[in-house]
Write a protein that binds this ligand. Structure first.
Ligand code: TRP
Length: 350
C-alpha cells in the first residue's frame, strides 16, 4: 500500500506538468505590491504549470467573522485576478469553500499537528496580540488548513512571499508525518518564484512594504480612480533633491524609480535617472515634481485598463459565478482524486 500511493504520484507527475498552487485572502483590495510581487508571476506560470489559484474565504473567518461583505470581496478578488491576466481557461480559479474535500483533509492533518508547534508560529502570536478577544481554534490551526489547501492537489510549487515560509515549512512537516504514518502520499511543497528576489514595492511614504491594511493614501490599489492615483503620487514623499551628482538614493526615492521602471518607458526612466545623477553648474537637475507628474500619468495608463476590466466583470456577476463554478469543478476533480488516496491510506475506505 505504501508503494502504491507513491507510484500513483510518480506516474501522475511524470505525465503531467508540475503543480503550482497559491491562495489569496479576500480581505482588502489588491494593490500594486500584490500585482508586481505575486500576480504578474502567476500569469507567467499559467502556461508552464498546472495551476490552481483560489480565494481563501475559510481562512478569512479566522480574523473576520463578520461575513456581510465577504461574498462581494471574494468576487472582486476573482475579477481583479482575471483583469490582471489570469485566464480561467488555463488555470483552475476557485473559491476555497466550493471544495469541501479540503475540509476533510484538514481534519486528518489536524490529528498530526501539535498544539505546541501551532502556538509557536509567528503569525499565530501576531494575531493573538491583534485580536486577544478572539483567539479561536481556527486561528491556531490556520497553518493546517493552508497545508490542506496545498496537499489536496499534491502541489509542489507554491508562489508566496517570505512571510509565508513558516506556513510552508509546517505544510512540509504535516505531509512528512502523514507519509511516515500512512505511506508515501504527498510530495513536499516548496515556496517558488521566478526571480529569487521578488520586486519589493514600498508605500509612497517609503515606510515599509505597500500594504492593503496600513495607510490607504500610500498604497496604490488596482481599483483606484485616475485622480486618486494622481493625488497619491503627488503626495509621495520626496526631499530637496540630491546634493551631489551620483548620490545614493534614499529608500523613498529609490521606490519612485522602481515604480517608474515598472510602468514607464525605458526612455522616460533613463531621462530621470540621468537627471538624478547629473548636475549643471553644481546644481542637481532632477525635479521630483516633474518626475511624479510623469509617473502619475504612466501609472494611470497602467492601472486604468485593469480597473475597468475588473469593474466590467464585477458588473457581470453571472459570468463570475460561471467562472468560479468551472474552477471548482476542476479543483474538485483533482481534490477528490487525492482524497480517495488519502482515505485508503488512513484506512477510511469502507
Ligand atoms: N496564508 C496565505 C496568506 O496569508 C493565504 C493562503 C491560504 C495560501 N492558503 C494558502 C497561500 C495556500 C499559499 C498556499 O497570504
Amino acid at each position: 500500500m505504501v508503494k502504491n500511493g507513491f507510484l500513483i504520484h510518480y506516474l501522475r507527475s511524470s505525465m503531467e506538468k508540475e503543480i503550482v498552487l497559491s491562495g489569496i485572502r479576500p480581505t482588502g483590495f489588491l494593490h500594486l505590491g500584490n500585482y508586481f510581487g505575486a500576480m504578474r508571476n502567476y500569469v507567467r506560470m499559467q502556461d508552464e504549470y498546472n495551476c490552481y489559484f483560489f480565494v481563501a474565504n475559510w481562512h478569512s473567518l479566522t480574523t473576520h467573522p463578520d461575513t456581510k461583505t465577504l461574498q462581494e470581496s471574494v468576487l472582486r478578488v476573482v475579477a481583479e485576478n482575471i483583469a490582471c491576466g489570469l485566464d480561467p481557461e488555463k488555470v483552475s480559479l476557485y473559491v476555497q469553500s466550493d471544495v469541501p474535500e479540503i475540509a476533510e483533509l484538514y481534519l486528518y492533518l489536524n490529528m498530526l499537528a501539535y498544539k505546541g508547534e501551532l502556538e509557536k508560529t509567528t503569525s499565530f502570536k501576531d494575531k493573538v496580540r491583534l485580536q486577544p478577544e478572539n483567539v479561536n481554534a481556527g486561528l491556531l490551526t490556520y497553518p493546517v488548513l493552508q497545508a490542506a489547501d496545498i496537499l489536496i492537489h499534491r502541489a509542489v510549487k507554491v508562489p508566496v512571499g517570505k512571510d509565508q515560509e513558516q506556513n510552508l515549512e509546517m505544510a512540509r512537516n504535516f505531509a512528512e508525518r502523514f507519509n511516515y504514518r500512512y505511506g508515501e502520499t504527498f510530495p513536499l511543497p516548496y515556496a517558488f518564484n521566478y526571480n529569487s528576489e521578488l520586486v519589493k514595492i514600498l508605500g509612497l511614504d517609503g515606510n515599509g512594504k505597500m500594504s492593503k491594511s496600513e495607510n490607504q493614501n500610500t498604497t496604490l490599489f488596482l481599483a483606484d480612480e485616475d485622480d486618486a492615483i494622481r493625488n497619491k503620487i503627488k503626495k509621495a514623499k520626496t526631499d530637496q533633491g540630491p546634493l551631489a551628482p551620483n548620490s545614493v538614493k534614499p529608500d523613498y526615492i529609490e521606490n519612485l524609480f522602481t515604480l517608474m521602471k515598472l510602468v514607464s518607458s525605458a526612455d522616460t526612466l533613463k531621462k530621470f535617472e540621468d537627471d538624478f545623477n547629473n548636475s549643471s553648474d553644481g546644481n542637481c537637475i532632477i525635479r521630483y515634481g516633474d518626475m511624479k507628474k510623469q509617473l502619475a500619468e504612466d501609472m494611470v495608463s497602467f492601472i486604468q485598463p485593469i480597473r475597468n476590466q475588473a469593474l466590467d466583470l464585477q458588473n457581470n456577476k453571472e459570468l463570475l459565478i460561471k467562472i468560479i463554478r468551472q474552477g471548482a469543478d476542476k479543483a474538485r476533480s483533482s481534490a477528490s482524486n487525492t482524497l480517495s488516496i488519502v482515505r485508503k491510506a488512513v484506512g477510511m475506505d469502507y
